[in-house]
Ligand binder design. Sequence first.
Ligand SMILES: *Cc1c(COP(=O)(O)O)cnc(C)c1O
Length: 465
Amino acid sequence: MMDTGWRQKYLRNIPAVDKLVAGCQADGNAYPHALLVRLAQEAAESLRRQIMAAEREEELKDIKISPQEMIQQVQGRLRQLEQPSLRRVINATGTVLHTNLGRAPLARQAAAAAKQASGYCNLELELKSGKRGLRYSHVERLLTILTGAEAACVVNNNAAAVLLALNTLAAGKKVLVSRGELVEIGGSFRVPEVMAAGGAQLVEVGTTNKTHIADYRQALDEDTALLLKVHTSNYRIVGFTASAGIAELAELASAHGIPLMEDLGSGLLLDLSPFGMEREPLVFERIAAGVDVLTLSGDKLLGGPQAGIILGKRKYLDRIKKNQLMRALRPDKITLAALEATLRIYLFGNPLQEIPVLYMLTASLAELERRALRLAAAVREKAGERLDVEVRQDVSVVGGGAMPLTDLPTFVVAVRPKELPVSEWAFGLRTGNPSLVGRLQEDWLLLDLRTIAESEEEEVVLCLS
Ligand SMILES: *Cc1c(COP(=O)(O)O)cnc(C)c1O
């Protein structure tokens, strides 16, 4: 009751919006008037909320309310808005497929193709006939040649691919899935939820650690539209385990005239086990083993842009392509151009050299050590008085929910500021431009050479100094 006096006094002292706008225009800048009004209103409103939230007058003794201070705040908001929000990051985390950092970096050819497609292009025009074409036609042939599938189409991401396939092939019907495969991938993709969104009814078979072909056979009835296998990309069930094989599942499905679908997650086209990585199923092996509909991501181990790829038998793909949802889930021309260029590398180029994800995953330890020593020497030379610098052996991970058991031996440059808390220093690096993101470990920042491109090393030295 008694406190309203001071509160009213503060509220009355908030400078008028037009005064703030005039203050921001005093230096003759050409910002849009409506923008300045909007930012001035926001600053005034935030001050008002602060005043209303205070319970006692003392809480407001440091409040910045003078016209001068408020104008500075508005100018701060302007500067923030002027900085691009999406900016380049130097990934020194050692996680190759880092979903928060945009997963796979594109190959040079893919980036060039995306740039070229950014103007007009023949996205849906058959140049020979002059008639309307299909957007996924630009990649369908490459995909079928590379994987042995009869047909293919592409949507926005793999979650969309699973949704579209389930909705087309099993809406209103039952889908059998092993209890060991009810996967959650990074927060919002969970098999049961996607199933519900696609309008299909999930029927769990088997147990968490063991599911046999007989469990599927027993659960199958006339209402069953699909057998679904989900690759447990980001976890493994080890020990006393069993799961039905693709060949026997394919046989069971075909005997009942229904498709076997598999959500493969990462789409690996090349065997990376000679480089010390887990043996992941390869796309063409699954097609050859009899999977009728296969879905995978474009931006995981395939190393391309964000996309969902659906491969399989023509009779099922024809139905999927006609689903009305296709329109809502279709990819844009930039994605398709980048995907086409990436696939061409697999067919005509040298994928282990030219696709950054594969290059990073297969980098040799000796090469990583050589680069770590060189980077450490350059950092010592430029910033040795202010930083402790060490070269250490460590491990990087594949990331992106792929190969969870694979630890890749690597070399890192460990740096530690002599006079600043490491978290404060790492904040500065992270919010710089380019942003540099490493791995914090105790009071060191680790910079993993596996995910730093050779061409970025000089920039890393600049960021650190
Ligand atoms: C990653 C993954 C998904 C989701 O793919 P997005 O391309 O991220 O939509 C779905 N299923 C599996 C098995 C995955 O590994």
